[in-house]
Design a protein around this ligand. Structure first.
Ligand SMILES: O=C(O)CCC(=O)C(=O)O
Length: 265
């Protein structure tokens, strides 16, 4: 998408730490993503061949559900697979993201978030807490609304301007039964936060120091999102020294153009 980021988006990036692109992905792409993850969750052999990591929704453990995906929180490591790889390596994504990072970038993390009815939100955090990298930044996240994101179904909330903060102390999510890997910031006033309401296909581009959270899904439907993270090629990743890692560094842009997506499993 040429002309992105626009001057207005660039100003929002500098001052607020994020910008939004309305109608970025087509309904067909969103539907294809949802169809594919549903197959992956229902077919263990497929999940294994794609090499994903499945993370169940902790607060639904042991609950009887109609379909396996109803109890699934996230699927990591999708960015080598079909529609997910195509999106991650598209010129429309990597060109604007490279303008925020460097000409040569890698996609190193991807996750599909199901957020089905009753799923809990993720508490206030900065993604860079999970990214002990050299150089530490810039790291850019892109959050694609696969379905609508509303106040009722657990949209994201962001604290504009918080990207200029260092990474704060994060403590394990204090809710009994909280999801695997959830940590939260408890030493910062989030009073200036705002919800990010999204239509299917809208994209949020955000700085990895931006404080953000999501609320519980109190609706009867799904609030699905596909999230990718990008950093400069050649970044040294120390995650393994701190956490079990699901990072998988794949070239996304080289020599001034989008790098080809790896062949799917
Ligand atoms: O989509 C959500 O509910 C939370 C996502 C999030 O906070 C993240 O990807 O860092």
């Amino acid at each position: 998408m040429s002309g992105v980021p626009t001057a207005e988006q660039r100003a929002s990036w500098e001052e607020r730490g994020f910008f939004r692109i309305r109608g970025f992905a087509t309904p067909e792409v969103c539907e294809a993503m949802l169809r594919r993850v549903t197959r992956i969750v229902r077919e263990p052999a497929l999940a294994e061949s794609v090499g994903v990591k499945l993370v169940p929704e902790s607060n639904k453990a042991g609950m009887a559900v109609a379909n396996p995906e109803d109890a699934m929180s996230k699927i990591f490591k999708l960015h080598r697979d079909g529609v997910f790889a195509d999106f991650a390596h598209s010129t429309a994504v990597v060109d604007p993201v490279s303008e925020l990072i460097a000409p040569d970038i890698d996609v190193f993390l991807s996750q599909f978030i199901f957020k089905t009815a009753g799923a809990w939100g993720q508490p206030w955090h900065q993604d860079s807490f999970y990214f002990p990298f050299e150089p530490a930044r810039p790291v850019v996240g892109v959050w694609l609304a696969v379905t609508e994101a509303t106040l009722a179904n657990g949209c994201l909330h962001v604290l504009p301007g918080s990207h200029s903060e260092p990474v704060h102390t994060h403590v394990p999510d204090r809710r009994p039964g909280a999801n695997y890997g959830y940590f939260e910031i408890v030493d910062h006033d989030m009073a200036g936060s705002e919800p990010v309401l999204m239509a299917p296909g809208d994209l949020l581009v955000f700085d990895s120091h931006l404080m953000h959270c999501s609320t519980d899904n109190e609706s009867q439907g799904i609030r699905a999102a596909m999230v990718y993270h990008y950093a400069a090629a050649g970044t040294r990743d120390h995650t393994e020294e701190y956490f079990p890692t699901v990072n998988d560094w794949v070239p996304a842009r080289r020599g001034g153009r989008a790098a080809a997506a790896p062949l799917s499993a």
